[in-house]
Design a protein around this ligand. Structure first.
Ligand code: PGA
Length: 263
């Protein structure tokens, strides 16, 4: 059975005090009432809770944590180990800071900062050679969906990224996040059926390339305007193994309610 992942992407939000408050508030919730059920699900490996703060807040998040119930992710990474790359952060830095995951190819990285499929392949490979695990994002623009090319876009984004991976690596180390760009931050969530269709398609692509066992183990998340009101039905889709949450992950109460719907 695939463990569910509930991951909050804070984007460029929050500060040190807010980070420490959020982490200690979430750990307090895990220790009481409904939260205890969530803590048991995390400890037994059925659910994983991840937060991705901005780079400068990773250390605050890690030092605020008193338990292993929350894992920390970076929102981006650079593929080189070290050197003259002003403004970039390496995998060994993320590892040392306490990150378990790094988000790669978020739609804002692709479309606001112009990261190409070629660069994202390098980031994915470098991440898989480190001890940080990738959450690799894919998704189509509104025009691409309207012109019927959603599957073509997902195929291109994935095939260029995972062409040199092995089945074992895909199964054990990679998380894919399907995030249709038109649903991110717009309040326009994909319908359960649309989200499931895309995640099912991603699993089919993985099956064709890596075989049924690897594709059955691959975790696929949905992201795009997830809220407590829609998270349960998204999570009940057979190919959706978790959620990548932007706006609603900034509010502790909403984030806790979304975790509850994964139990
Ligand atoms: P959103 O963002 O939940 O605010 O739509 C999702 C994401 O960008 O990961």
């Amino acid at each position: 059975m695939r463990a569910k992942m509930i991951a909050g992407n804070w984007k460029m939000n929050n500060g040190m005090a807010a980070t420490a408050d959020f982490i200690s508030g979430l750990e307090k919730w895990f220790a009481e009432g409904e939260g205890q059920k969530a803590a048991r699900a995390v400890k037994s490996g059925r659910v994983e809770v991840v937060l991705a703060p901005p780079f400068t807040l990773i250390a605050s998040a890690v030092s605020a944590k008193k338990s292993d119930l929350i894992q920390i992710a970076a929102q981006n990474v650079y593929h080189k180990q070290k050197g003259a790359f002003t403004g970039e952060v390496s995998l060994s830095m993320l590892e040392e800071a306490g990150c378990k995951y790094a988000i790669i190819g978020h739609s804002e990285r692709r479309h606001v900062f112009g990261e190409s499929n070629e660069e994202l392949e390098k980031k994915l490979i470098a991440t898989l050679e480190s001890r940080v695990l990738p959450i690799f994002c894919v998704g189509e623009l509104l025009d691409e969906r309207n012109s019927g090319s959603m599957k073509h876009v997902l195929t291109t984004q994935l095939e260029s990224a995972w062409r040199s991976l092995t089945s074992d690596i895909l199964a054990d180390m990679v998380v894919i996040a399907y995030e249709p760009v038109w649903a991110i931050g717009t309040g326009q969530t994909a319908s359960d059926a649309d989200a499931e269709e895309a995640c099912d398609y991603i699993r089919t692509l993985a099956c064709d390339k890596f075989g049924i066992a690897a594709s059955d183990s691959l975790r696929i998340l949905y992201g795009g305007s997830v809220k407590p009101e829609n998270s349960r039905s998204l999570l009940s889709q057979s190919n959706i193994d978790g959620l990548l949450i932007g706006g609603a992950s900034l509010d502790l109460d909403s984030f806790e309610k979304i975790i509850e719907t994964s139990l």
